[in-house]
Design a protein around this ligand. Sequence first.
Ligand code: C5P
Length: 274
Amino acid sequence: MNQAMWADNKTQSNIQELKRSDVLVLGPESGAQACGEVGLGRLLDINEIIALTSKLFSRGELSGKKVLITAGPTREAIDPVRYISNHSSGRQGYALAIAAMEAGADVILISGPTQLAPPDRISLIDVVSARNMHEAVMSNIENCDIFIGVAAVADFRPSHYTEQKIKKHGQDIAHIELTLNPDIVASVANAKPKPFTVGFAAETENLDVYAKEKLIKKNLDMVIANDVSDARIGFNSEDNATTIFWEGGQSILPLMSKQQISIKIINLIAEQLK
Ligand code: C5P
């Protein structure tokens, strides 16, 4: 509305009455008005209205917490046209980022290349390789309360990047030498101070044994294990089923959507932080 209408005593006493009745009043904003005047009375920016309104629905378990999440695959370049990667869709990492944001956290999502739309109200940092992801994580880890390493980080990268496209040259066999990539979740778990650090264990056999080993070996606070040999819950699926381990406890989450499972994982993390 016009600034004089907003400033009018009647408008102001009505607004105060609404506020006293617990009605949430968003805005107004100050600025140029359609009539040519300048002042308070403008509609708030739509994104701000969405952000303020969504807070009403926040479950609040992670309110005030800073959460860093990695998601998706990484790509390790061989030459300008080829790379090594994997089938990770990024869905589980993005779903966890949204669940954490809806629980009231400030979320930074560091994502390898995916087909997914950037989620609203989450800071997204796009990266390509494991080394890019490592660098982005370490430069955002300060004051972080929770780190969740969901990304399917390539364990190895080609030792030498070939500047020009590699040609066949008539041979039947070609070799690519590989070098171990930095372990991002382990780097975070060894940082000081260390955030509550959660890793994933995607295994095709001995799920429990390998997951518990990972908890200790990588100094994690929680590990989320899934059996990727089961096509219903594999890398590219919509659903997931997991067993979650922490020191002295475990929780089995049966088959459900990646969104539903994310809410349950966030609840379990919030309980551990209490
Ligand atoms: O050792 P493994 O790859 O099975 O461990 C999986 C967990 O470690 C996941 O949480 C994944 O995001 C993380 N990881 C990582 N950096 C790597 C390899 C794995 O952060 N280089």
